[in-house]
Design a protein. Structure first.
Length: 373
């Protein structure tokens, strides 16, 4: 499944030992509700980690610990937004963000994505209250937002009085080149709310994410967080803080970056040899946990997903991530992170069988047009 990390490679024993040590003599302070945005030790560890890895200079008090990205978006839009206001989102883009924005009464405007990221309108008629972007690795297509586009986005946000919600999706897994600067760390006092999670770097079931806020917002967010969600999980926060501060988290990311890089290279090689590089999306960057396989316009990606699922291979249809018909095209999101190396070629053969089966049933010339490989 796209976006799922390899959970078998998580350092369970190290994390378990940290948890066990905490449970042997638990402090009562760790067994109550979490006020103030999460355990201070975790916020301190995160502030140090973000300074080293994302050039984000923040105080621990600017960090709010959440239960993943959905709660983070919900909190930000509840505090800073009003029903009827506008939010710009990427098209194609993350359905979860769109769902929460709309559930909180915001009107979403879906802007196309090109090789530089979200394409901004030439003129702004209705200033957006929020601009939701995934600049480090656009989801789902994969381009990295260019520096020029980042500067333009920040300028538009300042002029319009907008808040940028920066979902730093998959920024940890970049396999070549220098790390990409975060929007929050690009300019002083940027109108940016930075969002991250541990779902991809550790495991989704951990349900720990975080927001980094401008200082003037921290008190309001802390109060609303406590009133709206009545958080707990302080034992998990304490274990995670130790895991980060002792260097295990950074070491795990380095090891997984190498592993995922090898798996990505294997999948790219298979696509090149069996289909041709034109089937690899043009905006695919050397990052992330999935690749986008483009398909002929007349192929039904939803049907391919169904056929592949019946054969035991899970993919997602690219067409389902679009809202506007303009620019919509079929394709498949192929997750390679959770597939062992010895199984990648076999599963890719199953995918080819599924593509051929759909092509024969609906558009016999589709694969032939690409060379018939």
């Amino acid at each position: 499944m796209p976006g799922v990390p390899d959970l078998t490679e998580f350092p369970h024993k190290k994390f378990g030992r940290i948890f066990s040590a905490l449970w042997r003599n638990p402090s009562p302070d760790l067994l109550t509700y979490a006020y103030g945005g999460g355990l201070p030790a975790l916020r301190e560890a995160l502030a140090q980690h973000l300074a080293l890895t994302r050039s984000i200079d923040c105080e621990p008090e600017q960090i709010i610990i959440t239960e993943g990205s959905h709660q983070a978006i919900d909190l930000a839009t509840r505090i800073l937004g009003e029903a009827g206001e506008t939010a710009w989102v990427e098209d194609p883009g993350y359905w979860g963000a769109r769902t929460i924005l709309q559930a909180n009464g915001l009107r979403t405007v879906h802007l196309p994505v090109d090789e530089e990221g979200m394409r901004l309108p030439e003129t702004v008629t209705t200033p957006p209250r929020f601009i939701f972007v995934t600049p480090s690795h656009q989801y789902p297509l994969g381009p990295v937002m260019s520096l020029a586009r980042r500067r333009q986005l920040l300028a538009v946000a300042r002029q319009s009085g907008s808040w940028i919600i920066e979902d730093d999706y998959d920024s940890e897994f970049r396999f070549s080149g220098r790390p990409i600067a975060s929007l929050l760390g690009l300019e002083p006092d940027a109108p940016v709310i930075y969002m991250g999670t541990f779902s991809k770097t550790l495991y989704p079931g951990l349900r720990v994410g975080y927001l980094v806020l401008p200082k003037p917002l921290t008190a309001a967010f802390q109060a609303a967080h406590a009133e709206l969600y009545r958080e707990g999980h302080l034992m998990t926060h304490a274990a995670l803080a130790t895991f980060i501060s002792e260097g295990h988290y950074a070491a795990h990311i380095r090891r997984m970056r190498m592993l995922y890089g090898r798996r990505r290279a294997m999948l790219v090689n298979l696509i090149e040899r069996r289909l041709g590089l034109e089937w690899l999306h043009r905006d695919a960057s050397m990052a992330g946990l999935h690749l986008v396989l483009t398909m002929p316009q007349d192929m039904d990606d939803l049907r391919v997903v169904d056929v592949a699922r019946g054969k035991g291979v899970l993919t997602r249809a690219l067409s389902r991530y679009y809202v506007n018909d303009e620019g919509r095209r079929p394709g498949l999101l192929l997750g390679y992170a959770c597939v062992p190396e010895h199984d990648i070629a076999r599963k890719f053969e199953v995918l080819l069988e599924s593509l051929n089966e759909v092509a024969r049933a609906s558009a016999p010339a589709a694969l032939a047009a690409s060379g018939g490989r």
